[in-house]
Design a protein around this ligand. Structure first.
Ligand SMILES: NC(=O)c1ccc[n+]([C@@H]2O[C@H](COP(=O)([O-])OP(=O)(O)OC[C@H]3O[C@@H](n4cnc5c(N)ncnc54)[C@H](OP(=O)(O)O)[C@@H]3O)[C@@H](O)[C@H]2O)c1
Length: 334
């Protein structure tokens, strides 16, 4: 099997976690690192033992030995560099949120389709053995008919760091796109449905939501089979990253769905109506390796229009609607 050779665009903080996993994943090679600053690229290359550095992102796209790029740039730059990478024939593992809004996402998807390259967003947990086990419990009917999914992703900054991209709307900041992206994605994925309407309220700082609470309504109003998801994202509350899927018979709880608190023991629970709980422990590769290997599998099987990309597009559409609702103060129909 020939290795898929990666370059990284930007010496981002998250790239420091992902770079070693590109190196250790099966069938991959980390060939180069690109940065606006040659010094940063060289430092990063030295630290991680990466053979090539590029002065600027375009130079990485010009390297004919690069098959795929990992794009951990601010969300405002995802569209531009995805379009350029696609035109250069490179596959793209692009960090979440895929873009700032659905029109940017659609341009990215169109460019990748046109150039027949794979695009995958950087949500890692979907690709893990634990996520597959959660999905399998939900699909098995063990929980009964699904009614409610609640998910939360928060952490707390003492003071809002104005130098951080998350505090700038033009860069694609805000807790909804940064953290709520996971909650919305989990809701759509596990309920396997799109909401008809959404409502959100937010607290604002510098025109970005630093806390957002959202409602997603699925199914016809008045129907007893209607499902609801609630989401919470925020930069102002202690670190939490849990979800609960509740059906008519049982519920499933995962207290750390976006990243296991103990990497050696990823877990979740099912609770029945008598208060009996069962702990499920599902070990496997790290979530970074799982994501990188899923991406490579999509490349090898030439799946450019794959279910994860469809889920990203839906996630972006729902995030757009939640943002419109929070800014307008009204329910938004999808
Ligand atoms: N999947 C995950 O678990 C996960 C976790 C954290 C973050 N993320 C996502 O990864 C992306 C990057 O987040 P991060 O916190 O790692 O970002 P970061 O540390 O601020 O890095 C962003 C990088 O983008 C480049 N850049 C180019 N223009 C920039 C500008 N105007 N402002 C800031 N940076 C600029 C810089 O690289 P050079 O200077 O080297 O060119 C910088 O190092 C975001 O989309 C974020 O949501 C994903």
């Amino acid at each position: 099997m020939t290795s898929i050779r990666f370059a990284i665009l930007g010496t981002a903080k998250i790239a420091r976690t992902v770079a070693p996993k590109i190196q250790s994943a099966e069938g991959t090679e980390l060939l180069g690192i690109a940065s606006r600053s040659e010094d940063s690229a060289q430092q990063f290359a030295q630290e991680f033992g990466i053979p090539r550095t590029y002065p600027g992102y375009a130079a990485a796209l010009d390297d004919p030995d690069v098959d795929a790029v990992y794009v951990p740039l601010p969300p405002s730059m995802h569209q531009e560099w995805t379009e350029k990478a696609a035109a250069a024939g490179k596959h793209i593992l692009c960090e979440k949120p895929l873009a700032r809004n659905v029109s940017e996402t659609d341009r990215m998807i169109a460019a990748c389709r046109k150039h027949n390259v794979v695009l995958l967003d950087g949500v890692m947990w979907y690709h893990t053995a634990r996520a597959a086990a959660i999905r399998s419990v939900v699909d098995s009917g063990q929980l009964g008919e699904l009614r409610q999914l609640t998910s939360v992703f928060t952490f707390r900054w003492d003071t809002m760091p104005m130098e951080n991209l998350r505090m700038h709307r033009d860069l694609g900041g805000g807790s909804l796109l940064d953290l709520g992206w996971y909650c919305v994605g989990a809701s759509l994925w596990l309920l396997d449905d799109m909401p008809q309407r959404v409502y959100a309220r937010a607290n604002w700082c510098n025109d970005v939501d630093i806390r957002l609470n959202g409602f997603l309504w699925f199914g016809d109003e008045g129907s007893v089979e209607r499902k609801v998801a609630t989401i919470e994202s925020g930069f102002d509350t202690v670190r939490r990253r849990w979800l609960e899927v509740a059906g008519t018979k049982e519920s499933l709880v995962c207290d750390d769905f976006t990243r296991p608190l103990k990497s050696s023991r990823p877990r979740f629970w099912t609770h029945d109506c008598d208060g009996e709980s069962t702990e499920h422990v599902v070990t496997g590769k790290t979530q970074e390796e799982c994501m990188v290997e899923s991406f490579c599998e999509l490349i090898r099987s030439r799946q450019t229009d794959h279910p994860w990309l469809q889920l990203s597009r839906k996630t972006q559409a729902v995030c757009d609607a939640l943002d419109r609702s929070a800014r307008g103060g009204h329910v938004v129909e999808l």
